[in-house]
Design a protein around this ligand. Sequence first.
Ligand SMILES: Nc1ncnc2c1ncn2[C@@H]1O[C@H](COP(=O)(O)OP(=O)(O)OP(=O)(O)O)[C@@H](O)[C@H]1O
Ligand SMILES: [Mg+2]
Length: 277
Amino acid sequence: MKPQNLASHSTPALHAQGLASGATVHVSGVSKRFQRARLLTQALERVDLNIESGEFVAVVGPSGCGKSTLLKIIAGLLDPSEGQVVIDQKPVQGPHTDLGIVFQSPVLLDWRNILDNVLVQIELRGQDPRLYRDRAKSLLSKVGLSEFENRMPRELSGGMRQRAAIVRALIHEPPLLLMDEPFGALDALTREQMRIDLEKLWLDRGQTTFFITHGISEAVALADRVIVMSPRPGRIEQIIPIDLPRPRDKSVVTSSLFNQYCEQITECFMRHGVIQY
Ligand SMILES: Nc1ncnc2c1ncn2[C@@H]1O[C@H](COP(=O)(O)OP(=O)(O)OP(=O)(O)O)[C@@H](O)[C@H]1O
Ligand SMILES: [Mg+2]
């Protein structure tokens, strides 16, 4: 398998089904330097990436290579030192609100039940939460939380809380979902179930998704394309289109093609000394 770039890839799964309703994201020439006193860190170097509407892109790369920095620049939470991000033809200048974000640890309000934690997203946007109650309940049920919508966050396991955080990120039907290692703190079994649930939610809505993970197999299992980043300063080392059928059930994630994709990424990291045997 040869590395390919976007130019050679144009038909994500959802486009084929006519379901895509996501934002387009164009990252061009993005570099980021952090300067603290005399300490300069070059976090990102000339990153170019075009994400199509409804596409699921997973990003893998060694710790400190600038993945979270790139996500924050896409969200407009950080300015790039050079280059720009354009979402749906509009340059990002300051925080972009038409999106959902999920971080590694779910930040839920202790004093609100799960349903109200989901609806806080709507309240913060100045909309009437009553109009979103049914949708919130339906999404919570899709991720196995219907019996827990009236429970408090402390009564839920880590995986359940993270599911609630994902529902909260999706309740306003954002065209773009940014996820920074959302399953990083979960055990392997819960992680696999979350992966399956996330794919279902994405197949339903087709929101463009930018998903950061340290898990090579998780990236391959979820993505239309896997972006492999180099050690810092982070550059895009390789873009690998994942041509596997959906939903990615057990037969897909145990197939030899699936393993070949994982190997290809592992080899890329070995070439850079990121993984040493
Ligand atoms: N606000 C900041 N000020 C100074 N340096 C920063 C800041 N944010 C990130 N950095 C530096 O930029 C580099 C990239 O950080 P970033 O958090 O983007 O990496 P990452 O790829 O997300 O790592 P990890 O996989 O460990 O989460 C690191 O060297 C980090 O120390
Ligand atoms: Mg990070």
